[in-house]
Design a protein around this ligand. Structure first.
Ligand code: MLT
Length: 406
């Protein structure tokens, strides 16, 4: 008799964005003429950059000829892309990461979840609240105890350093969902905590391309000794519009070790390679050639123009929410804007209210954890025209009102 992994019973019935999609689809069924604008899931709206498109076309042409056709590639990614990443994202910022410490994947979501395969159920895991739900859900699936780290206005949404010993801590900056950023000084405190407590930091910097304040760390490896305690997850989804192409990467420095029950210290990236060899056949050659093109001078300029565009729509959202008295967070070095719901509505009440009154979809803060209750998130990835239209409708729900945060 097949028996369920009962850890799954601890999950909510649907993943957050599935629940939003379900409610939106239900609304569409009962209002077939509704012109719904999605500012919920962070999915990009601009087409791929020309440099990426050209590189992918060339890769398709290679696949079309017997002489240059490629089948299975290396599970950890082609060397041409790992070298481009090591030079473009690390050496260029004075950080020493070898191509052999980089694992190309099909997007950061997979690896931030899959990395749990290497950690026993005995690890105590610290996760911010509110947070990108993948970290919580996948640790629940693995049966690991979770300690929530409240992130709120008092700690600038960067969490207080825990007073207890944790084995794993997840951090995400620029943050999803709050749009918060972390300073080098605060990140140093997290690295010090990890080194003192033999803890591994899972550092998700999928949104680093939105940082415009150069005093902020783009990578956790800008902090001395972070190589000894941090794994970094990156994605091309938001950097270069790859949400539909699927490509990202994970960095596991050689120094990162896990301990066996007999006390042996084993190199984590060797076992990650073993895991990937078994469960992953690599990202497609075509998407990896597209990703490589991001690091060319044209690719860098074109993709920066895209993130500039999204930061501009973020500024429109901020201005609108500020004009309503909602004091939004985020949206300056990050694509997400986070604000308290108006008039004391719960997060899901506000979701339903806005869908019904304005046909605008936002993400309810409660979907990111208990501490997100009473908040909502808006994404800047919607087109400028659609964003302007959504904001006009949003404002018209509260005519002449100053909503003032609670
Ligand atoms: C989000 O909206 O939080 C993201 O798009 C989800 C993701 O990157 O998987």
């Amino acid at each position: 008799m097949p028996i369920l992994n009962e850890n799954f019973l601890n999950l909510s019935q649907r993943y957050l964005f599935q629940e939003i999609a379900r409610r939106t689809a239900d609304y569409r069924t009962s209002h077939p003429d509704a012109d719904i604008i999605s500012m919920g899931i962070g999915d990009v709206s601009l087409p791929l950059a020309p440099a990426v498109i050209d590189a992918m076309h060339r890769a398709v042409d290679e696949e079309a000829r017997q002489k240059t056709f490629r089948g299975y590639g290396p599970e950890r990614g082609y060397l041409f892309l790992r070298e481009a990443i090591a030079n473009g994202d690390y050496a260029s910022r004075g950080i020493d990461i070898s191509p052999d410490e980089i694992f190309v994947n099909d997007g950061a979501k997979s690896d931030t979840g899959n990395i749990g395969d290497l950690f026993s159920a005995d690890n105590k895991v610290g996760i911010a609240d509110p947070v990108y739900p993948v970290y919580v859900d996948t640790n629940l699936m693995g049966g690991r105890p979770i300690y929530y780290i409240p992130c709120n206005e008092k700690n600038s949404f960067t969490g207080d350093i825990p007073q207890i010993k944790l084995d794993i801590v997840y951090l995400c900056f620029p943050n999803n969902p709050t749009g918060a950023v972390i300073t080098k000084e605060k990140l140093q405190m997290w690295v010090d905590y990890a080194l003192d407590n033999d803890c591994i930091i899972m550092y998700d910097s999928a949104y680093k391309a939105f940082i415009r304040d150069d005093s902020l760390p783009h990578s956790i490896y800008e902090i001395p000794e972070a190589r000894k305690c941090a794994i970094e997850f990156r994605s091309f989804s938001k950097t270069a519009g790859f949400t539909g192409i699927r490509c990202g990467y994970t960095v596991i420095p050689d120094e990162i070790r896990l301990t066996t029950k007999t006390g042996e210290r084993i190199q984590l990236n060797k076992w990650w390679e073993r895991r990937q060899g078994c469960k992953f056949n690599g990202a497609s050659y075509i998407s990896q050639r597209g990703a490589e093109a991001i690091y060319t001078p044209e690719g860098l300029a074109q993709t920066q123009a895209q993130t500039d565009y999204y930061l501009h729509t973020a500024s429109l959202i901020r201005q609108c929410l500020e004009s309503l008295g909602l004091h939004p967070q985020g949206g300056t070095n990050a694509p997400y804007i986070w604000a308290k719901t108006p008039e004391g509505m719960s997060s899901w009440e506000f979701f339903d209210f806005l869908l019904d009154k304005a046909q605008v979809v936002i993400t309810p803060g409660a979907g990111f954890g208990k501490a997100g209750e009473g908040w909502f998130r808006m994404t800047s990835f919607t087109s400028k025209e659609q964003t302007e239209c959504a904001l006009t409708r949003f404002k018209s729900c509260f005519p002449g009102k100053n909503l003032q945060n609670r």
